[in-house]
Design a binder for this molecule. Structure first.
Ligand SMILES: O=C(O)[C@H](O)COP(=O)(O)O
Length: 215
């Protein structure tokens, strides 16, 4: 059975300011750096063999901190990026007009092909996240990868593994530096394929990981 750990990056400046990030980027706050160290402490004894990260700065930095604890290299995979949120990226969530909020809401409320202008649909996000996860099956036997990605992207992956629509990610609380785990199993009795072992665990963090955008 392949076990894959899923970690959302640490708190960033724009998470704390309630600005929409998408594929734009802002640095980790000091709290975000501390959270990443706590993930490292939590996973250092788990036998992680590969750390595969979205190529955005906030995930790369989180991955480097975890890699220091685990002693493995970091591999970047752009398929693990956050949903492209088009023209709303970098905007403060409280400054959206009614029309802009309606673009954002169609993702939350479940139009699979809906997208923010110049952005990406949840269906497109789901396809590239599943493709990145499937690639883990090509790693050498005995591998135990840890993927570092983003709130909506990971929520979409976990929701769709459960057989829920991608927009069900809004019902999952994947806070900064939460740890989830999905396993790939063959079973005569239970579901074969990907199963969800844990979602959104923050028990390793000493302070609550608040993220207004994810609540
Ligand atoms: O701000 C965003 O784009 C998302 O809601 C959260 O993305 P993040 O996980 O990259 O912070």
């Amino acid at each position: 059975m392949l076990q894959v750990y899923l970690v959302r990056h640490g708190e960033t400046q724009w998470n704390a300011e309630r600005r929409i990030q998408g594929q734009s980027d802002s640095p980790l706050t000091q709290k975000g750096e501390d959270q990443a160290k706590q993930v490292g402490d939590r996973v250092r004894s788990l036998g992680i063999t590969h750390i595969i990260t979205s190529d955005l700065g906030r995930t790369r930095r989180t991955a480097e901190i975890i890699a220091d604890a685990c002693g493995c290299e970091v591999i970047a995979d752009p398929r693990l990026r956050e949903l492209n949120m088009g023209v709303l990226e970098q905007r403060h969530i409280d400054t959206l007009t009614a029309e802009e909020e309606a673009w954002r809401r169609q993702l939350v409320n479940g139009t699979p092909d809906g997208r923010i202008p110049e952005g990406e649909s949840m269906q497109e996000l789901s396809e590239r996240m599943h493709s990145a996860l499937q690639s883990c099956l090509e790693l050498p036997p005995g591998s135990r990868p840890l993927l570092v990605s983003h709130g909506i992207a990971l929520g979409c992956l976990v929701s769709t593994i459960l057989g829920l629509p991608a927009y069900a990610e809004r019902r999952l609380r994947l806070r900064n530096c939460s740890i989830s785990r999905v396993d790939h199993q063959q079973s005569a009795w239970l579901a074969s394929g990907w199963v969800v072992e844990t979602a959104g665990d923050v028990s390793h963090l000493d302070a609550p990981a608040l993220d207004e955008l994810q609540r």
